[in-house]
Design a protein. Structure first.
Ligand code: ZN
Length: 120
């Protein structure tokens, strides 16, 4: 990102380097899924701890079905991973560049930092 050089004029941009709309579609879909503050809050929590739906619903004060809905969307965007332990499913942020970028973007935008003992 920081090594991006801004050209003076559009004609200096090589056409083959301009992303096609289809290529940006995945980004657009992801941003659409993130257009919910509660979902971002759950994602941020899961960047710093592993938790099951029951624990999350207590923390964010939402009903378990509402939390499950957000978890489903976040997982379908590959931002979360989960593991089953007995009857419970535990979630945490995926160890991907996309999840890390989003994690740091959220913190930069609201000017917060990672909890001291968190994973991030
Ligand atoms: Zn953090």
């Amino acid at each position: 990102m920081s090594d991006c050089q801004r050209p003076n004029r559009p004609e200096s941009l090589p056409p083959e380097h301009i992303p096609r709309v289809e290529e940006l579609q995945t980004v657009s879909v992801l941003f659409k899924q993130l257009s919910d503050a509660s979902r971002l809050r759950i994602f941020w929590l899961l960047c710093h701890c592993e938790a099951c739906g029951t624990e999350l619903s207590a923390i964010v004060e939402m009903t378990p079905p509402a939390v499950a809905h957000h978890l489903r969307l976040l997982r379908s965007s590959h931002l979360l991973v989960s593991r089953r332990e007995g009857k419970e499913v535990y979630y945490r942020a995926a160890d991907t560049a996309q999840a890390q970028a989003l994690h740091h973007m959220i913190e930069e935008m609201v000017e917060i930092s990672c909890p001291r003992d968190g994973r991030g």
